[in-house]
Design a protein around this ligand. Sequence first.
Ligand code: 3AL
Ligand code: ZN
Ligand code: ZN
Length: 478
Amino acid sequence: QFVRQSKRIKCSHVQQRHYWIASKRIVTPDAMVSGAVEVKDGKIVAVVEGYDWRGNAWTHQIIDYGEAVVMPGLIDVHAHLDDPGRTEWEGFPSGTMAAAAGGITTLIDMPLNSYPSTVSEETLKLKVQAAQGRIFVDVGFWGGLVPENAFNSTALEHLLKAGALGLKSFMCPSGINDFPMTNSSHIREGLSVLAKYRRPLLVHAEIPQELDTADDGAANPRSYSTYLKTRPASWEEAAIRELLKVSKNTRVGGVAEGAHLHIVHLADARSSLDLIKEAKSSGDSISVETCPHYLAFSAEEIADGDTRFKCAPPIRDAHNRDKLWESLLDGEIDMLSSDHSPSAPELKLMKEGDFLRAWGGVSSLQFVLPVTWSYGRKHGISLHQLVTWWSEKPAKLASQHLKGAIAAGNYADMVAWDPDVEFELNEDHPVYLKHRNISAYMGSKLAGKVLATFARGNLVYQSGKHAPAACGVPILAK
Ligand SMILES: NC(=O)N[C@H]1NC(=O)NC1=O
Ligand SMILES: [Zn+2]
Ligand SMILES: [Zn+2]
């Protein structure tokens, strides 16, 4: 009993096992509630409207956030934490502290950029070991679908039985040596194994196409438009066209019924999205995410040499960005994810500013909530939409049925934040990411300040301070 008590003290800024989180704006699945969330032993017991609940609570058991919004914690289904093996890029401690500071209570780690890549039962075990006692929020793991395991259903089953929440593959070179690309035959095989486990395949959908190379040699590598031309929308379109040949199998009655195909970080809001819409209406089990950087920025405004904005697929033109917003608001894009993909600062080649040679990946994890809100409010987004994109749909993709909503019985994963507080991401702002200078949002002015983050009932972050111990849980599929 004493050991449990002292552990809780380190895991959380609140010491009660049983307490109430009060607010005038609690976002539940069907309403905005003024009242309180009753939390006991890490779970939500009840959501109570009005003030009646106060009779049951002692003053020291009430944390009152007043007018601030209380929402489910964000679930980021696409983050590269690079641990073990490339902790000079990020790592579990820094990445999950940044997540907690940003209101993210669960993240699903990508199988590449760490070393070794998570492509087998053994390498998944290394991930789980590395996460033990070093994560401040819950972390689940995607496994990798690569040519080496794609035709080996036993190996894939071992990886899934060991707890990978699903698989991820690339249709173009990933930039990581031990994570080679797959073609549609590999993907077809992967889907048929995933069907049995009812888990998803996430795909980086770009297939290299012949480029129009007329003016190549003379192009300025410091100009973003030079980079943009090397990865046109036709690459995304080609990959999605190819994917739709196999996603058919996920339909009811199909050979991969039970599997699901999820397209990560869609950048092209035109033909690629039309193809996905078509597949959805034909009954394919398919979904798509985009990322805040595609919604916040446009190719036109990226300054020469500012390689913080280099990512793949690339950030496209302003009109495309507006179409992405439209599609998100219409529900054609299902959810958001960070694709937080930092590297060692040297690899961003910030001095040379060479877009063609710099590492591709945007560092963003801590700021996705204020970024989505700051840009989204100009498009009239609602708090419920934020919850759909950042909690409800991601929970479903990762099969986390006790997460993603403020509802009785769920884990007490929540964020309290103030949508009206504006702040500048300058030198004085606390940033928990390993390398603040490569983050694309440094220097921006944003709205939406995270006040507190609760993970499984632990107050893991409040007023700029993390709980002393890393008590996040490694999530394994059962
Ligand atoms: N390896 C890796 O993280 N690649 C990511 N970076 C990026 O910009 N897009 C990606 O898929
Ligand atoms: Zn990718
Ligand atoms: Zn990624």
